[in-house]
Design a protein around this ligand. Sequence first.
Ligand code: SF4
Length: 246
Amino acid sequence: MPGCRPQKRLDPAEARSRARKALRVMHKDYPNAGVTLDFTTPLELLVATILSAQSTDKKVNELTPALFAEYPDAQAYANADRTELEHAVRPSGFFRNKAKSIRECCRMLLEKHGGEVPKTMEELVELPGVGRKTANVLLAGHWHQPAIPVDTHVTRLACRLGLTRNLDPVKIEFDLQKLAPRKDWAFLSHALILHGRKVCIARKPKCPECRMSGFCPSAEIGGQRPVVGGRCGEPEFRDGLQTPRH
Ligand code: SF4
């Protein structure tokens, strides 16, 4: 996918300044940015986040009401019939792997955590099918802890905005932690995702209508190349980033 060219050099002061400006714009444009998956309990958010991999939040939200009614707790998922659970999550894609992850994850929840979803990064990433991104979604989305989930949108926008030189989500998470106040970590992720869906689209960013174009080093206005740094849409990065589906 058209991604971005990471900045050759990243001046920490400039990156901090750009992050501050981006946060200012996004607090105005997306004041209520938050998790767009529907959930009422940490287990529901955990399951929905596993299902959202390579899918859209909209698609996941369409299937979860029936799923959550059928499987109300970790015990229900752990004892689920494999074929029936696969059928229930099928519309989200990769249904065999996702059903397997959910069942194994819930079995470990029962074995180690009394069926409850743990609240720490260390315990969350031990669960089958749960990586750092999913753990951060839980920490930020349900427990409102300072955490930065890095998905394909956050990866792309952090790169285009010159907030990181990295394409690895974990390194990007640590880069962003240095640029934003802790109270804004979760907001930064949620707002970048919204901006990535609406304006800074993967294949064709709408730079002329973007309120960050004045300081974004990847802005292309009227066909002009950016004054500083990188440029959107470099083909050599197409294989390095997943294509977002939403
Ligand atoms: S100016 Fe363009 S590349 Fe930069 S954030 Fe806005 S849409 Fe994305």
